[in-house]
Design a protein around this ligand. Structure first.
Ligand code: SF4
Ligand code: SF4
Length: 253
């Protein structure tokens, strides 16, 4: 599938951010005093073999082993720059005031990072004119047409895969112990920027030495999911959608 695109500099993607960051990028972003959250999800891990399904494999490669009750799980932590309203780097004329140093995702958008996720124009914030037929090619047969964008996507994929053990250590140091069930939502943890930078730095410096064996709760806004978790010997906990939980489904119970 070919998709044509050119940025109109409307600035919509620079508002109400949840920008996925690598560990290096999170250290820089939070180091400037800006908020970075940890979005955590968990998936039961019943086999030692990596999954064959491409989406599950992509997630597996960016997760770490843990336990919830007696159930082996794999926890994935996504670091996101979080801002309501305008990005702190956005200038009044909608240009980026951090252009040379902006995160990879800002350079890649509206292309997708995960190879199994197709770009859906209706899910993007860009206005219709950005996708007009006279725009340059963004995707050629579903692959980024621009060599630099392909390299950025590959670099971000590699960084987030290599970051998994650092995130495991940082989560332990921050006392982060709850995750949503994969594909149901995210547990949201919001440490102070200073605490996050310190934890990421310490986890990286002591990689392999931080005890990452803490037990996790799997949180859900659905009573039906909790019953399933308890049947599986996991430690489940009911929560409502809100600041600490992003649910993909309506609250139950
Ligand atoms: S860093 Fe720049 S490009 Fe990225 S969200 Fe902020 S203003 Fe937009
Ligand atoms: S929403 Fe799309 S068109 Fe608007 S600034 Fe962002 S990338 Fe450009």
């Amino acid at each position: 599938m070919d998709i044509r695109f050119d940025c109109t500099q409307c600035g919509r993607c620079c508002h109400d951010l949840r920008l996925p960051l690598s560990v290096d990028e999170a250290i820089v972003w939070a180091g400037r005093g800006h908020d970075v959250q940890l979005l955590c999800d968990a998936l039961p891990s019943l086999s030692a073999d990596p999954p064959e399904d491409i989406a599950a494999r992509f997630r597996h490669d960016r997760s770490f082993p843990a336990l919830s009750g007696g159930l082996p799980i794999r926890v994935a932590v996504i670091l996101v720059a979080r801002h309501e309203g305008a990005c702190p780097h956005l200038l009044a004329d909608m240009r980026c005031g951090n252009y040379a140093d902006r995160p990879r995702v800002c350079r890649i958008y509206p292309a997708e990072i995960a190879p199994h996720v197709p770009l859906r124009i209706e899910n993007k914030l860009c206005p219709p004119e950005a996708w007009a037929d006279d725009r340059p090619l963004l995707l050629c047969d579903g692959v980024a047409a621009d060599d630099d964008v392909r390299k950025l996507i590959a670099a971000h994929q590699a960084a987030t895969q290599g970051d998994a053990p650092v995130k495991a250590g940082a989560a332990m140091l921050l006392g982060t112990r709850s995750a949503a069930l994969w594909n149901e939502g995210y547990a949201v943890h919001a440490p102070s920027p200073d605490d996050l930078v310190a934890a990421l730095r310490e986890a990286r410096a002591t990689m392999g030495e931080v005890d990452t064996g803490g037990r996790w709760s799997v949180v859900s806004n659905r009573t039906s999911t909790l019953a399933m978790l308890r049947d599986a010997d996991a430690e489940g906990r009911l929560c409502a959608s809100g600041a600490g939980y992003i649910g993909f489904f309506a609250d139950e119970g």
